[in-house]
Design a binder for this molecule. Structure first.
Ligand code: FES
Length: 103
């Protein structure tokens, strides 16, 4: 899935691996920063706040703001602190609590 994004990959010819984001297949550069790769692939909402359902996305890209939280590997993790690995299953945390605020 490649969509319009304000973010570009620096190495467009990097080897790709298949991951799933909310059940949708994405072919991302192996070993890339997960948050950056998802942004470049067009993912704009990483999670919704559990209280208001407001959409959130990476902000600091250095592990400080926690806006990039995703569910993967059996827990909620900061996407900006992870590397893209083959077969990753990634989902938005708190989706059940966010009601119909999905964007
Ligand atoms: S973008 Fe701030 S912690 Fe990941």
């Amino acid at each position: 899935m490649k969509t319009d994004s304000a973010f570009l990959e620096l190495q467009d010819n990097a080897p790709r691996v298949r991951v799933w984001f909310d059940g949708q297949p994405l072919d991302l550069p192996a070993g890339a920063n997960l948050a950056a790769a998802l942004l470049a692939a067009g993912v704009r909402v990483f999670r919704h706040t559990p209280v208001s359902g407001a959409p959130r996305a990476p902000f600091c890209m250095m592990g400080a703001c926690f806006e990039c939280l995703v569910e993967t590997g059996g827990g909620v993790r900061q996407a900006c602190m992870l590397e893209v690995e083959e077969g990753m299953k990634i989902s938005r945390p708190h989706e059940a609590e966010a009601g119909d605020a999905t964007l």
